[in-house]
Design a protein around this ligand. Structure first.
Ligand code: CA
Length: 437
């Protein structure tokens, strides 16, 4: 497990780049998240976020400033996806982080040469950071599960299986898009207000505030990854929006979610690495007092002690009216990753526990990160009691479900006393009107 704190996390370390040192910014020198970007029509390449700039890893690889394993890692990350870096031994991304941190720090003797490798963040187009072969979405919040069951009329409580395994379904990779690209309201089958099943544009469009993990190296088909090894297979975390058409999902979900989810998923371009997250590891609270314990093959002392992360997460809305009137975004929810019942290591161990093989670049999500309080409910379904209770989003507007033109933006920040907080960038998308037949 990577809980090594070193000089790259030193809260006293500052960058010669002023924008990296602003208080509570997302991208201080202690973060160094990875992305893939395009600029000026050139080939996509890997980058590292610092302040309001992106460090171009292709330019850095050619600069002569890196050597040895850090140079190899930089070359691997300079490609059109980060898969080659993810497939490298963990020591590679570690070496790259150490070298880049030194180059960007106030102690650097080569500031001007590094400046030549920077590109303004607002001038680049972000791509997906990896070629994702498989995407799985879990359901790890007990609070989300409880509220959803209640809203759908079930009084049986959370099913026993929820406590014995992290529940999941296989998602759709082809419709994952980077932040800033927009979902189109999907058509689908659902029950209308009279109970008739119709095929129409969804009337219950929702967001789901989630955190996902990228797989570093996978496993051979047939060979489960043990819980004690699971954490070492995770490369880093990224914020994402599992856009969902709840009416379509509720009608179709006998086997599992399908068209209610597969129309669009927004992924933040930034992967915050496990190395960067080391100071923000916390103990996993595990099951509540009266909940059944997980089975032994999903329990590990190290994971219980350090397998969770203290990460604040928010979702906000901006409607078209709010854009016109210049109003700021309205906060919809504020939650924390610690609300999850399962750790990412437990999700990964369970995923492979039947021998299913994960591959480098695979992505798996936490499920909606709802907490026990309604202020930390992380989707519209919970916030509006499945569309029955409108919430006020501005002085003049309320919402039950999302309307066309609504922009949803997620942010997240890892915090721990004595360390510089690090952010996840934004995950943003605007609901586009349904296509017209
Ligand atoms: Ca979800």
């Amino acid at each position: 497990m990577n809980n090594l704190i070193d000089e790259t996390h030193d809260p006293a370390r500052r960058s010669w780049l002023a924008s990296a040192n602003i208080e509570d910014g997302d991208f201080p020198i202690q973060n160094l998240p990875l992305c893939v970007f395009e600029v000026d029509g050139q080939d996509a390449r890997g980058g590292i976020g610092i302040g309001d700039q992106v460090l171009d890893l292709k330019a850095l690889a050619l600069s002569g400033l890196l050597h040895g394993e850090a140079l190899d890692a930089c070359r691997a990350a300079a490609q059109t996806t980060l898969n080659a870096l993810m497939a490298s031994p963990p020591s590679a991304s570690f070496a790259l982080r150490k070298s880049v941190s030194a180059l960007l720090s106030t102690d650097s003797a080569v500031e001007q040469q590094v400046r030549n490798c920077l590109v303004a963040m607002d001038a680049v187009h972000f791509q997906l950071p990896a070629k994702i072969g498989g995407y799985t979405d879990f359901l790890c919040s007990k609070h989300h599960t409880e509220r959803n069951l209640r809203l759908r009329g079930s009084h049986d409580g959370v099913p026993p299986a929820f406590f014995s395994l992290p529940v999941a379904y296989n998602g759709r990779v082809s419709s994952i898009r980077p932040s800033g690209q927009n979902p189109t309201r999907p058509w689908g089958q659902f029950r209308d207000a009279n109970g008739q099943v119709i095929y129409a544009p969804s009337r219950a469009l929702d967001f789901e505030l989630e955190m996902g993990a990228f797989v570093r190296h996978g496993n051979q088909l047939g060979e489960p990854i043990r819980i004690s090894d699971a954490d070492s297979h995770i490369f880093g975390l990224a914020l994402f929006n599992d856009w969902s058409a709840k009416d379509i999902q509720w009608w179709e979900q006998i086997l599992g979610p399908f068209l209610g989810k597969s129309f669009f998923t927004n992924l933040s371009p930034w992967i915050v690495t496990m190395e960067a997250l080391a100071p923000f590891r916390v103990a996993h609270s595990g099951p509540d007092k009266d909940d059944p314990p997980p089975p032994p093959h999903l329990v590990n002392a190290e994971d219980m002690a350090h397998g969770m992360f203290d990460i604040d997460m928010t979702a906000s809305i901006r409607t078209e009216d709010m854009v016109r009137s210049g109003s700021p975004r309205k906060l919809l929810t504020a939650t924390n990753l610690r609300n999850l019942h399962w750790t990412f290591a437990q999700m990964l161990a369970h995923h492979t526990s039947n021998g299913c093989n994960l591959e480098t670049g695979d992505f798996f999500g936490s499920g909606t990160v709802s907490g026990s309080e309604i202020s930390s409910a992380a989707c519209m379904t919970e916030l509006t009691s499945a569309g029955k209770q409108a919430i006020q989003v501005s002085e003049t507007e309320e919402r039950t479900w999302l309307q066309d033109g609504d922009e949803i933006t997620f942010h997240a920040k890892a915090r721990n006393k004595g360390f510089i907080p690090i952010g996840f960038g934004e995950c943003r998308g605007i609901v586009m009107p349904a296509i017209r037949y």
